[in-house]
Write a protein that binds this ligand. Structure first.
Ligand SMILES: NC(=O)c1ccc[n+]([C@@H]2O[C@H](COP(=O)([O-])OP(=O)(O)OC[C@H]3O[C@@H](n4cnc5c(N)ncnc54)[C@H](O)[C@@H]3O)[C@@H](O)[C@H]2O)c1
Length: 368
């Protein structure tokens, strides 16, 4: 049976995966860091939703000028201080390498700006804690750009899981094998921590979103033979053990030179199963649409459903974290990927590295 989520009458079949901006979009937003991800993901998503981008800044003025010209951004700032002092700016979208984020964030938080920071919030756990504490002390909102949660596949899967399609989750896997374009991030080439810190962090955060925090993290890291483009780990297998017996596997290889590329998810429960493909795995950063199939004994037991999901992780999911921050600013709320929550995602990242280094299973609370 084929199914298009938006046309369905039966609420059980409504996948409800599109991001809605529930409040107006006129809050002034400034961008700090105008690199690759801002140009091919953040700004295409924000432009599509008519957000009010008032200015941008980059340490490299040419890059900022080019971004401003490409996206009709009225102001190019000469410093972070200038961004901080602009009364038209309510939210700052920070997209700089993680070791720059603490210094940039401090100046903006001190000026009372709400922040959307890029992931990882920091590559050093203690620095991430400093950013979170500073934001809370100043009473400003801090969201982290863990936008995988808003990718069509994950959002739709969350809807199905919440509606009871698979019963109690028992077995989860995210398996990806692709050829990553490391040249897009020259600053990553020498990083000793690579795959989990910059990529699987999305999957760990996504699994937290779907299933909560695990009890144990066990992770093994290695490198593909002959991989000389980067210094850090490029092949990882991580197992998450949950208190109720749920086990999750995240297995990623970034050096697949064959024509058999894949990005597969599988969520099996006591009453059903969801499977899907992550379109982004097949050609980063363009990718293709995600696919989704599911069946369950509790609802329509005779049928297997498949959905053609509209939109892609890049750029469409990038409206999610910003829209949720705008809503939180408007409603005095808390964005779902708020800094305090994100520390638990970083604890899983830290636990994965500790596990690989010490050849043992690690509880996330050991980190920090
Ligand atoms: N969420 C995602 O899916 C995703 C994907 C790619 C990158 N990222 C993250 O986004 C961030 C940027 O990545 P990118 O791919 O755009 O890198 P990039 O190298 O293309 O761009 C980074 C930009 O930041 C600027 N910059 C550096 N320090 C600065 C500072 N102190 N103030 C202002 N500008 C500064 C640089 O001049 C550069 O233009 C990184 O933290 C990365 O981990 C996230």
């Amino acid at each position: 049976m084929t199914h298009s989520g938006e046309q369905s009458i039966d609420p059980l079949l409504d996948l409800d995966y599109r991001v809605r901006l529930s409040s107006g979009s006129d809050l002034g937003i400034a961008i700090v860091g105008c690199g690759g991800i801002v140009n091919y993901a953040h700004l295409p998503a924000y432009t599509a939703h008519d957000l009010n981008i008032v200015g941008c800044f980059d340490l490299n003025p040419e890059v900022a000028q080019r971004t401003a010209a490409d996206f009709n951004i009225p102001r190019v700032y000469e410093s972070v201080e200038e961004v901080a002092n602009d009364p038209d700016v309510v939210i700052v979208d920070v997209a700089v390498p993680p070791w720059e984020q603490l210094n940039v964030a401090r100046k903006l938080i001190a000026a009372g700006k709400h922040l959307l920071c890029q992931k990882p919030l920091s590559n050093v756990f203690g620095e991430a804690v400093q950013i979170v504490d500073a934001a809370e002390d100043a009473g400003v909102l801090l969201a982290v750009n863990q936008q995988f949660r808003w990718s069509p596949l994950i959002k739709a899967s969350k809807t199905l899981i919440d509606k009871g399609w698979i019963g109690q989750p028992t077995e989860v896997s995210i398996q990806e094998s692709m050829l990553s374009p490391w040249h897009l991030w020259p600053w990553l080439a020498k990083s000793p921590q690579l795959e989990i810190m910059y990529h699987s962090i999305h999957y760990l955060d996504g699994l937290r979103y779907l299933f909560g925090d695990p009890e144990w993290v066990t992770s093994r890291h290695t490198r593909y033979p002959g991989e000389d483009r980067v210094a850090g780990e490029t092949k990882t297998i991580t197992v998450l053990d949950y208190e109720d017996g749920l086990q999750a596997l995240v297995a990623v290889n970034h050096s697949n030179h064959s024509d058999d590329i894949y990005g597969l998810v599988r969520f099996l429960g006591t009453e059903g199963v969801i499977t899907g493909t992550m379109g982004l795995s097949y050609d980063y950063p363009d990718g293709r649409e995600d696919t989704l199939e599911w069946s369950g004994s509790a609802h329509y037991p005779e049928h297997r459903f498949e959905a053609k999901l509209e939109g892609k992780w890049i750029p469409d999911a990038f409206i999610g974290p910003m829209a949720s921050l705008i809503d939180a600013v408007r409603d005095n709320g808390v964005p779902p990927t708020n800094g305090r929550d994100n520390l638990n995602t970083l604890r899983m990242v830290g636990a994965a590295y500790l596990s690989a280094t010490e050849n043992r299973s690690v509880r996330p609370e050991e980190i920090g």
